[in-house]
Design a protein around this ligand. Structure first.
Ligand code: NAP
Length: 244
């Protein structure tokens, strides 16, 4: 028997793509969204998912996407990321604005739009992909820290406000995961991105997809609240052991 519809945002790469694959394996009817339609379609075609263009920073795009979704039991708010590692003194306002829009308002837009369908399913579940950066500040992280701390506040309030209704709320907070994350953060500078993972065994997108899948496949009365998952080589947001 199917497990119902699972929507995964930001599924054209990294954690979102891996999660879409794992949820399809588990019997969910998966719907994926992201901006790069060619990459998204590749992910979707391999697992028989529905793919639709989605920009979580755009009200109209979110409305059009969610209208097409129809029934929905699980929403994985994964789309997001970081831009830059400037100090507060040198902060780029446009980058901060994008980080807040994608990581916080994007989750808000998607959640607002799909809450009625999640509730109507009788067993809804919202999973927000936060970060260790939402728990701990680090030098050069302020814009991303502010966004992921903000997301954590949203998640916590949502959990309180939905209490008594048939919708679970979970936040999965990874540390260092090797995806396109750092390439995006450093504006396409692959050498700089590679240095982030140099000498370290980072988490993979599949590791986080496993955690998300664990949370959404627990019995309905079990609400995994927050899961912080770091590589063995990473003790906290800014303390990393490098083998060489
Ligand atoms: N990698 C890490 O170390 C790490 C650690 C902690 C938390 N996270 C979080 O994990 C999530 C996934 O990141 P990732 O590591 O898998 O990085 P990634 O490979 O860069 O994936 C990010 C995904 O988000 C999508 N996306 C970005 N902006 C979007 C928008 N406006 N509308 C719709 N989709 C959008 C991207 O697709 P398009 O470009 O095609 O739209 C892509 O599919 C993010 O929320 C990130 O903050 C990552």
């Amino acid at each position: 028997m199917g497990r119902g519809v699972a929507v995964v945002t930001g599924a054209s790469s990294g954690i979102g793509a891996a999660t879409a694959r794992r949820l399809a394996d588990e019997g969910f009817d998966v719907v994926v969204g992201a901006r790069r339609e060619d990459k998204l379609r590749e992910v979707a075609d391999a697992i028989g998912a529905r793919a639709m263009r989605l920009d979580v920073t755009d009200d109209d795009s979110v409305a059009a996407f969610c209208e097409q979704v129809g029934e929905c039991r699980v929403l994985i708010n994964n789309a997001g990321g970081a831009l830059g590692r400037d100090s507060v003194a040198d902060a780029d306002l446009d980058e901060w604005q994008w980080m807040y829009d994608a990581n916080v308002l994007g989750v808000l837009r998607m959640t607002k739009a799909l809450l009625p369908a999640l509730e109507a399913s009788g067993d809804g579940h919202v999973v927000n992909v936060g970060s260790i950066a939402g728990h701990e500040a680090y030098v050069g992280g302020a814009g991303y820290n502010a966004a992921k701390f903000g997301l954590r506040a949203l998640t916590k309030v949502l959990r309180l406000e939905l209490l008594g209704r048939p919708i679970r709320v979970t936040e999965i907070d990874p540390g260092m995961v090797e995806t396109e994350f750092s390439i995006v953060r450093f504006h396409g500078d692959v050498d700089k991105a590679d240095k982030v993972y140099e000498g370290v065994t980072p988490l993979t997108a599949d590791d986080i997809a496993d955690c998300i899948t664990f949370a959404v496949t627990r019995p309905s009365h079990v609400n995994v609240d927050t899961m912080i998952v770091l590589a063995r080589d990473q003790a906290n947001a800014s303390t990393v052991h490098r083998h060489r």
